[in-house]
Structure formats: C-alpha cells, structure tokens
Design a protein around this ligand. Structure first.
Ligand SMILES: Nc1ncnc2c1ncn2[C@@H]1O[C@H](COP(=O)(O)OP(=O)(O)OP(=O)(O)O)[C@@H](O)[C@H]1O
Ligand SMILES: [Mg+2]
Length: 217
C-alpha cells in the first residue's frame, strides 16, 4: 500500500491555518485521497488534556518556556504514536494544524529555550516522522490581529501577548522556512482565502504529487 503524506500548517494566530486546512481537506478528498485533519497541541485524548493545561493554566499561573516545550513534546509523542504514524502507514494524508515548528518558534522567542535544545527534543520525538511539506502562512501582524478580533471567541494565553511578541513569532516562522526550504513553503496569507488555498495547492502539486507519486488521475 502507498504511504500517506504528512502536511503541517504553521504561522501566527489568525493567519488562516484552520481556514486553509478545511479547504485543503476538500481538495484532497475530491482528488480521491483519504484525509485526516488533526491539530497540535492535541489530536489524541491525552494530548488534548495537555493542550488544555498549557493554553488555559490555573488562574494567575504561568508556565515557563521550558515547561511548555516539554509538555508540547509529551503531547506530540502521544499524537505521533497513536494517530499520525498509523494514519500515514494506512495510506492516509495527515493534515496537521500546527506541529513541531510552533514549539520551535513559540518556546524560543523572547529569551525562551534555545533553538538547539528545541531541535534536539524535536529529533528525539519525531524520529523519521518529519512533515513531507510544511505550509508557513505569513501575514502582517496587524492583519492577523484584525482577523482574530473579527472572529471573536475565547482568547488563550498565547493570543494575549503584545505586538512585539507577534512580530517575533512571524520572523521566527520565516527563519524556520529559510532554515529548511526543501520542507517549507511560505504562503502569502494576506491574500483572500481562495488565493491562499491556490498557493497551497500549487506547493502540494509541485512538491508532493510531482516528486513523490505523480499527479492524481
Ligand atoms: N485569507 C483570508 N482572508 C480573510 N479572512 C480570512 C482568511 N483566512 C482566514 N480568515 C478569517 O480570519 C479568521 C482567522 O482565521 P483562522 O481561524 O483560520 O486562523 P488560524 O491561523 O487558524 O488562527 P489560530 O492560530 O488562532 O487558530 C477567521 O475568522 C477566518 O474566517
Ligand atoms: Mg486555528
């Protein structure tokens, strides 16, 4: 059986990851692929429990960057073992809303954990299960903030940070893409949702269909 593919979506809050994920699921299913959509932190029962602990700590309590890095990696191990690897082996395409790059970015910015330490944890936890393609959604922080404001809903511990934090996050995601250009494609997320989906589809076609298994029939 042909193995599935592993695609991750990364970028700051409100750049449009979840919106793009839904569009890509539709396009891939229409092309005849079996698709599963998942997210990080989360994706399994234990990992979702950790997600809640990290994003909504008890009133007045703050996790250190190192603590969050370890919790994220604990959640990721469970997610990989129970969900992501079995799906890929079964021939399913896994679309994941945030993955290891988010840990590399959020836990390193503004004097967090060193990128070297985060990469070491990442290597141990991921092993050979690295994304085949990572779509990095890039947009000005003001635009992402206004989209978040329009969307409304519950605000979590990461979203409450200031503009300098969001600028640092944006730059750190671009640094990840620069560091690993063969895995990452940067998308201009300031365009319409339809245009962003087209950009993503082009990256999938050129990097996954052509190079790895030929175009879908
Ligand atoms: N390309 C786009 N143009 C305009 N609005 C968009 C676009 N993409 C998403 N939106 C809208 O912006 C808001 C944020 O999008 P979305 O929830 O997909 O972002 P996200 O990256 O998943 O955010 P988070 O990191 O907070 O989960 C939503 O209200 C969504 O409908
Ligand atoms: Mg989202």
């Amino acid at each position: 059986m042909t193995e599935g593919r592993f695609i991750t979506l990364e970028g700051g809050e409100g750049t449009g990851k979840s919106t793009l994920l839904a569009a890509l699921r539709g396009k891939l299913e229409a092309a005849g692929y079996s698709v599963v959509v998942t997210r990080e932190p989360g994706g399994t029962e234990l990992a979702e429990t950790i997600r809640n602990l990290v994003l909504h700590p008890p009133e007045g309590q703050v996790w250190s960057s190192m603590a969050v890095a370890l919790l994220m990696n604990a959640a990721r191990t469970d997610h990989l073992e129970k969900m992501i690897r079995p799906a890929i082996t079964a021939g399913t395409w896994v679309l994941c809303d945030r993955f290891a790059d988010s840990t590399r970015v959020y836990q390193s910015v503004q004097k967090g954990v060193s990128v070297e330490v985060l990469k070491m944890l990442e290597r141990s936890v991921l092993g050979d299960t690295r994304p085949d393609l990572t779509l990095v959604l890039d947009a000005p922080v003001e635009l992402a903030a206004s989209r978040r404001a329009e969307r409304g809903g519950q605000v979590d511990a990461f979203e409450m940070r200031d503009q300098a934090f969001h600028e640092a996050v944006r730059q750190a995601f671009l640094d990840v893409a620069k560091d690993e250009p063969s895995r990452c494609a940067v998308l201009d997320a300031s365009r319409t949702a339809e245009d962003v989906a087209t950009q993503a589809w082009k990256a999938i076609e050129s990097r996954l269909f052509v190079e790895k298994q030929g175009a879908p029939s």
